[in-house]
Design a protein around this ligand. Sequence first.
Ligand code: NDP
Length: 439
Amino acid sequence: QICSPGQEEFYQAAHEVLHSLVPLMEEDNRYDFHNILERLVVPERTIIFRVCWIDDNGKVQTNLGYRVQFNSAIGQYKGGLRFHPTVNLGIIKFLGFEQIFKNALTGLQIGGAKGGSNFDPKGKSDNEIMRFCQAFMSELFKHIGKTRDVPAGDIGVGAREIGYLFGEYKKLTGHFEGVITGKALNWGGSCARKEATGYGTVYFAENILAKYDDALKGKICTVSGSGNVAIYTIEKLYEMEAIPVTCSDSKGTIYHKTGIDVNSLKAIKEINHQSLEAYSQVHPDSIYTPVSHYSEGHHQTWSIPCDIAFPCATQNELNLEDAKILVANGCILVNEGANMPTTPEAVEYLKTNNVLFGPGKAANAGGVATSQLEMSQNASMENWTFDEVDIKLRQIMRNIFDTAYDTSKEFGVEGDLVTGANIAGFRKVADSMIDQGAV
Ligand code: NDP
């Protein structure tokens, strides 16, 4: 009764986690006795709803909205909203499932959820985006609340969308409360939330390298994506004296050998919402490769020689063939900023070729951790400075790394952070489920 036909990404995510739990399950039969695995792969609640909104021509458009409240064993539901035409139940379930363990790894009290819509924000006017967000919230508001479920952004949901969603929630409920994170600073947002996932990913890489007496300084880094996570990964890499040389979007890849100009990138993506082709016009010494020119079966970003690869765009964007090129080019670390960007075959190949690997559920947990810091500030009516939040973020990433590393050691696979992160996240959630009985 728990089968979910056609949900490939969810099966992929579940398989990866369940596979790495084998050593724990063999050691402790309580999890089996309490049927934890079967309970864990079924969301506590799945909400699917119609979203009707009016486009600029006055025509009614219809999309599907989702909120999957996956697990609340350790805290209220927390996880982002994704607006992208590829969104379906399988995608939201994979993201929600990953979120359970990621949130547990942060050491904070937050359960796992995810939501979104197959709405495509690209090419829509501001007014259309606003009307869609209002229509989406007119259903979602019934299921969320500051101690119940607190959404945030993800692909296609940035500062603009969060503003419209929050405005509608406030209008419908009459409550100005911390019901959503990623808010603007003027109305309850936290300093460093926008930067947190990218910065946190770089802090995670810093910890991995330090374990092997290495550092980011001087490392050539390839980054995919050019959204929230990619931009602030690139920004922090410069602060660590590394050299980020690529970025990409759904239409192509930029290779800028002397280093990506992060200010140009912000202007193109955050302000003007343009395609990356515009970057090569501003920087004629960079190379723009459109997707139509990628070699078959490859993502152009991973064919650029690098020391460290940061996949920061979307799921399954780094495959086995890409991994082979990375290994051949001498890459020493793949550190995931996105959720599940590396295919299982690629992860295996990297592992067998001694490439270090930072799994997304640990490496990109800085975003949700800082969302929880935003919730703390909202609850206590405080505003922490950028530096205060950044220091906490860096410490949280250190703790996540230590937890994943120490757990890998405990189970005899020292340095295997996939196994370490999965077991550590699972154990916290599963033990809490046992404590709370069959609910
Ligand atoms: P954004 O929407 O800000 O940026 C996404 C980037 O990825 C864009 O450059 C986009 O290109 C590209 N992209 C998206 N889908 C595809 C696709 N199918 N093929 C090629 N390129 C694609 O999203 P975020 O930066 O917020 O999220 C990126 C990843 O990080 C996601 O996996 C997300 O789940 C994960 N993540 C995000 C967190 C956050 O705090 N924002 C927290 C933790 C994880 P284009 O603009 O052309 O569509």
